[in-house]
Design a protein. Structure first.
Length: 382
């Protein structure tokens, strides 16, 4: 009996599972090309491996197949590949989630779990992580993680235990990331403590390289108005930001968030300085609350960060990730182009993705577009 068939007992009659239609990702990908996607050899190779995995998931297997780790620089279509795969799987016990949101959910669920009930004498109580893994495995036998990245050591150690329990349950994972597994956390403090998680993921996931594909994000920014305002030393973008604030602001100012001293807010728009947003001890949960409350965010005064300001850079990267995933408009004033904000230190690797997202979210043009292309190793003429 296949691993998915075992899971499917919780979702409906086995006969329904056995009569599932076969997945044909080649046909789906060809349809995307017909609709305007650009032919891309790296994506075509990824589709082949995704199709092989889909076929394995529908076969009669005693052990689960290895999942896939889709990696490459920003804009290579990794998220679209993941969405295409997850949408094509014709069974309900699957889940696609952004990794930031998944980690926040794990903490909420773990904190809400009641203590384990008493067991028979001599039996060990299942710990909270094992119980949480059992719940997640019952909900989804295939997990799709978009934008997998960790910088927090306690989170990595917790996730290692959770993933080990999920793999034991037969869960198959497909994930996207900007980096191959051996390259994760490069330059970070205590990187050796991340090694057990990396080895576990390498054991259960096959790497698929999309590095040599096209960068679609940079192609999409050419004809759009920019909301990235460059300021020279000693100058202020106050007047320009004020115009944009009034353009986007609608409705009365709501109740301010307790952790943020915003410069201005009205309706679904908030305007705050980089220092208030990224130099304070804020994290993923606060930024998610910010994204829940506001639809448009104005960040004033992003500086060029030094190698000693990695914490501020990582906070900015987290905030941009969350706003990007929500599709929220972003308005920025900065002292340098996106690719020069964070070029050294422990956060530089993470910030490569943030650079691309800032370019896309603010529709940066001219020198910004050229800077981003050069940072990615692509010609600025695309």
């Amino acid at each position: 009996m296949s691993v998915l068939l075992k899971h499917y007992d919780n979702y409906g009659p086995l006969g329904r599972f056995g009569s599932m239609k076969k997945v044909d990702l080649f046909a789906v990908y060809q349809q995307r090309l017909n609709e305007g996607w650009q032919p891309d050899a790296a994506q075509a190779r990824a589709v082949m491996r995704l199709q092989t995995l889909a076929k394995a998931l529908q076969s009669d297997m005693d052990t689960p197949p290895r999942g896939l780790w889709l990696y490459g620089p920003p804009g290579r279509g990794k998220s679209q590949m993941l969405d295409m795969f997850m949408d094509a799987l014709p069974f309900p016990n699957k889940r696609r989630v952004h990794f930031h949101a998944f980690m926040a959910e794990l903490h909420r669920r773990l904190n809400a779990m009641p203590p384990a009930e008493a067991t028979l004498p001599g039996r060990r109580k299942p710990d909270l992580v094992e119980r949480l893994a059992a719940e997640i495995a019952a909900e989804a036998s295939v997990l799709g993680f978009d934008e997998f990245y960790l910088t927090n050591l306690p989170d990595a150690m917790f996730l290692g235990r959770l993933m080990q329990a999920l793999f034991k349950q037969g869960t198959v994972v497909v994930a996207t990331s900007n980096w191959n597994l051996p390259d994760l956390f490069q330059g970070g403090l205590n990187r050796d403590r991340f090694t057990p998680l990396l080895k576990l993921l390498e054991q259960h996931m096959e790497p698929i390289n999309l590095t040599d594909g096209l960068d679609y994000r940079l192609r999409e920014t050419k004809d759009q108005a920019s909301t990235y305002i460059m300021t020279k030393r000693g100058e202020s973008a106050e007047a320009q930001l004020q115009v944009l604030f009034e353009e986007y602001a609608q409705g009365e100012a709501g109740k301010p968030l307790p952790f943020l001293h915003a410069k201005r807010q009205a309706g679904s728009v908030v305007w705050a300085t980089f220092s208030e947003l990224c130099d304070q001890p804020l994290g993923r949960l606060e930024y998610q609350q910010l994204a829940d409350r506001f639809q448009t965010v104005i960040i004033e005064g992003i500086p060029q960060l030094t190698s000693t300001e990695a914490d501020s850079a990582l906070r900015l990267a987290t905030l941009v990730d969350i706003l990007y995933e929500r599709g929220h408009p972003l308005i920025v004033s900065a002292a340098v182009p996106p690719s020069q904000i964070c070029r050294a230190g422990a956060a530089a690797q993470v910030f490569e993705r943030t650079t691309s997202r800032l370019v896309q979210m603010t529709h940066s043009q001219g020198d910004f577009h050229q800077e981003a292309c050069q940072s990615s190793g692509l010609p600025a003429s695309i």
